[in-house]
Design a protein around this ligand. Structure first.
Ligand SMILES: N[C@@H](CCC[C@H](N)C(=O)O)C(=O)O
Length: 285
């Protein structure tokens, strides 16, 4: 199996080129590839498949909407083999791979994802920007960690998030174990972000991702955090509404990204780097 390894602010991925959609990518295969000791090691897998070929897999592999103009479908999987709707760092690495491999030209084009079409914008090298759609503010929720309860805002960025504001440095948090949450509130699980304001429209964040554990960055999470930070967290403040327009800098353990909240959508911009490529040994998978 041919692979490329890449990352966006150290949220890392095994990229599997599969233009014709012939790979039988089971959850076990994904988990073995992502295993950091016995495999290649990654937070997730990006299967690169032509949108028109993606419809031939099992129903849950199909893109929600791949429109005639999206040539490529990002089939994203978490490190434990579970499927997620969207990955903000992954789509930037996915786009960088397509340009690097000569499968797409630098410029602006749509990528199909399970959360719908997402427009990427990139040059021959450098940062990649993606139109993430409007983050949806869904009210409040809570998560618990080591006996402490954290209140936050539930935000959908195509996938589910709980963005919790904290007072102290995020580096002090122990994210070695999964935060607890109410499955009645988050029936599909949740990615939990902890963020602190460090300047004017500038936050730091750590995340515990559904299906991958603590990662060094989460693109959809940075958008959720920017939206929550823009709304404020005053108890009793309206749970829904829109965060208005503003530009945010989000520091994560793996680097820095910028999030622009617009009236109708949000843009995520940051690095996307390819670091290696190779072939798994015959018989290993
Ligand atoms: N790291 C990603 C998000 C990946 C999916 C997430 N773990 C989920 O299950 O929703 C990002 O950069 O957005």
């Amino acid at each position: 199996m041919r692979f490329v390894k890449g990352h966006g602010t150290e949220n890392d991925f095994v990229i599997l080129p599969d233009p014709d959609g012939v790979l039988d990518l089971t959850p076990e295969t994904v988990a073995r590839l992502c295993d950091r000791r016995a495999g290649i090691g990654a937070d997730g897998v990006l299967r690169v498949v032509r949108a028109k070929a993606a419809g031939h897999g099992p129903a849950d592999h199909e893109p929600a909407d791949h429109g005639p103009e999206a040539e490529w479908f990002m089939d994203y999987r978490n490190a434990d083999g579970s499927i997620a709707e969207m990955c903000g760092n992954g789509i930037r690495v996915f786009a960088r791979y397509l340009v690097d491999a000569g499968l797409a030209a630098p410029g602006e084009w749509d990528v199909a994802t399970r959360a719908g079409l997402r427009r990427v914008s990139l040059g021959a090298s450098g940062d990649v920007s993606v139109d993430m759609g409007a983050p949806e503010l869904l009210g409040y929720g809570e998560a618990s960690m080591q006996g402490t309860t954290f209140q936050g805002r539930r935000v959908s960025v195509g996938n589910p998030h709980l963005a919790c504001r904290v007072d102290g440095p995020v580096a002090a948090l122990d994210l070695s174990r999964a935060p607890g949450f109410d499955p009645a509130v988050f029936p599909d699980g949740v990615n939990v972000e902890f963020f602190r304001t460090v300047g004017e429209r500038h936050v730091e964040m750590r995340v515990y991702e559904r299906g991958s554990g603590e990662t060094r960055s989460c693109g959809t999470g940075t958008v959720a955090v920017a939206a929550a930070a823009a709304m404020g967290t005053t108890a009793g403040a309206a749970p829904g509404g829109t965060p208005g327009t503003s530009e945010w800098t989000v520091d994560v353990p793996g680097g820095r990204v910028s999030v622009t909240l617009g009236e109708e959508t949000a843009f995520l911009r940051g690095p996307a780097v390819l670091v290696a490529e190779g072939e798994t040994r015959a018989g290993w998978i």
